[in-house]
Design a protein around this ligand. Structure first.
Ligand code: SF4
Length: 211
């Protein structure tokens, strides 16, 4: 990746998805964190469907702490890893209450001390809530950046390390959100929409779909 490619890449995605925002539904930053935690190994659609059953009345860490873990399990038992997620959401709420006065910390170091919050989770949260210059690199982002001319890496972790210094508040735009929409609706795993892709000329992917 050349330095001059960064604004081109971000601006092109901004033009494709000018109103990009996360598709997770939430009413406050605490619920956003819960939704991101729930979305590990699950789709945003699944998470929204489950969350709408209780987000109306579970709005703060204290609301969750007032429940038994077993009750949390009942609320979210249709999402993957619901046992672990329930216990970790409960523990996260305890820490938020005791250490942060029920607010959500705003640094990667503090966020990753919370149970079940990995670096990717923390970056997604900060990118969505305050448009911080981070990208949450999962397998999809890793796939797309490797298809393009941007990286040649073997794992999402390696991709994350490689790109973590590329973006600043100035050149980042809404890159996390636009990139998610790009892999979800345009550069999909099977049958990417190459014939209408603005990156067609630069893309290195050998099995382009030009139908
Ligand atoms: Fe994805 Fe095709 Fe665009 Fe390459 S040309 S980024 S494979 S949609």
């Amino acid at each position: 990746m050349l330095k001059r490619d960064i604004p081109y890449f971000a601006e092109t995605l901004n033009k494709m998805f000018p109103d990009a925002k996360t598709e997770l539904v939430y009413n406050n930053e605490f619920q956003l964190l819960i939704a991101i935690l729930m979305s590990a190994q699950a789709t945003d659609k699944q998470v929204n469907k489950i969350n709408r059953n209780f987000f109306e009345f579970l709005k703060t860490p204290q609301d969750w702490i007032n429940l038994w873990v077993e009750e949390i399990i009942m609320f979210i038992d249709s999402v993957s890893f619901f046992n672990n997620k329930s216990k970790n959401i409960y523990k996260t709420c305890e820490i938020l209450i005791n250490k942060y006065e029920s607010k959500i910390p705003r640094t990667i170091e503090q966020l990753t001390e919370l149970p079940w919050v990995w670096i990717k989770t923390a970056k997604v949260f900060l990118a969505v809530i305050e448009d911080a210059p981070y990208i949450g690199v999962d397998t999809h982002v890793h796939r797309v950046l490797n298809r393009l001319w941007l990286v040649k890496t073997k794992s999402p972790n390696e991709t994350d390390k490689k790109i973590s210094k590329w973006f600043t508040k100035e050149n980042h735009g809404m890159l996390h959100n636009t990139l998610v929409l790009f892999w979800r609706y345009h550069c999909v795993a099977r049958k990417p929409k190459c014939s209408t892709c603005p990156f067609l000329e630069k893309c290195n992917y050998k099995e382009k779909n030009l139908d």
